[in-house]
Design a protein around this ligand. Structure first.
Ligand code: 173
Length: 323
């Protein structure tokens, strides 16, 4: 974190105020994204950074240092926990080492606005503060499901014999359905597809074309399941050192970006059209197969969270799900 006292404020302070008077201090936070800058899951964070830098002059600024080349995605949680990074754009699946029950976030069936209204946000924020030393500032990704993408067709929800790239998001579901799993960061997916070491991968509805994966992808399996969480996390010591105006500015920016989660419905449509144009065919499970697909996703997802902490899983389920 960098603190800059503006020249006018300093002069004013020197001429009119006592030595211990407070004056406007602009703070600059160092930001890093778990996703490559310019790609789908950094887009909202970059928009937020620009908004803060445009409207927060003299209050708070963010210096966006970079993406996975700056800090490897699975290490970004530790970096923001320790304060090497002040603010991170990260998904809970990349920091399950720190907040294991964070796996519940992608099981949410309601919006972050609902979660702020029903008290769930406070539970999520509390576990992030207690377990990871970060303030949970904002959640992006609502209205975006995850899918399985494949290089070869399947006709039932049986993944036996397939090697699938995962993160903790899909692990419980895909392993129950028989897949062999390999965990990789997004940056390793293309070469794993190219060299045939995987037969497919889990990924959200958006972003498949960002890193060229469409060149190696033949099928998307529908329906999608779960809901993306890509979160803005602020080191808690840094957060506590900010003044009210600085925290209010960041929270205003959080509300501004969260309101844009509604746009993902239209963006999903555009992405599916682009995938189809790129030659990706859709395999749709309906009837019993669709029911198996979605019921397995929910049951296995919650069972995995309950294994971490049964009471917390119940608490989160009651405020994240609608059934
Ligand atoms: O598949 C992934 O890497 C993953 O878990 C994820 C989560 C949120 C957004 C994009 C990808």
């Amino acid at each position: 974190m960098k603190i800059k006292t503006t020249l006018t404020a300093a002069l004013l302070a020197a001429t009119t105020c006592a030595a211990n008077a407070a004056w406007a201090e602009e703070v600059t936070l160092r930001g890093v994204s778990a996703f490559a800058l310019g790609t789908t899951f950094s887009r909202d964070f970059e928009a937020f950074v620009n908004w803060i830098n445009d409207t927060g002059e003299g209050i708070v600024q963010i210096d966006l240092i970079g993406g996975p080349e700056a800090v490897p995605p699975f290490e970004l949680g530790n970096a923001v926990q320790s304060g090497v990074v002040d603010i991170a754009n990260n998904t809970s699946a990349f920091y399950t080492n720190l907040v294991p029950a964070g796996d519940a976030l992608h099981l949410a069936q309601n919006s972050i606005q609902d979660q702020r209204a029903n008290g769930c946000f406070e539970v999520v924020d509390r576990i992030h503060q207690d377990q990871m030393n970060v303030k949970f500032l904002a959640r992006t990704g609502d209205n975006m499901p995850f899918h399985l993408y494949l290089t070869k067709p399947i006709d039932t929800p049986d993944l036996t014999g397939l090697t699938i790239r995962t993160t903790p998001v899909y692990r419980a579901m895909f392993s129950k359905l028989g897949a062999t799993l390999v965990r990789t960061a997004p940056g390793e997916v293309y070469s794993a597809l190219e060299n045939g070491s995987i037969d497919g991968y889990g990924w959200p509805s958006q972003g498949v074309l960002d890193l060229g994966w469409h060149e190696q992808t033949k099928y998307r399996v529908d329906p999608g399941f779960y809901q993306v969480d890509v979160n803005f996390l602020v080191n808690l010591d840094v957060w506590n050192d900010l003044d009210d105006a600085q925290r209010a500015k960041l929270e205003e920016g959080a509300a501004w970006i969260e309101a844009q989660n509604a746009e993902n419905i239209a963006r999903n449509e555009a992405e599916f059209a682009a995938q189809a144009d790129a030659g990706i065919e859709t395999i749709t499970f309906d009837g019993d197969a669709g029911q198996t697909w979605l019921a397995t996703a929910q049951a296995e997802g919650w069972a995995a969270v309950a294994e971490v902490d049964a009471a917390l899983a119940e608490e989160l389920k009651s405020c994240l799900t609608t059934d």
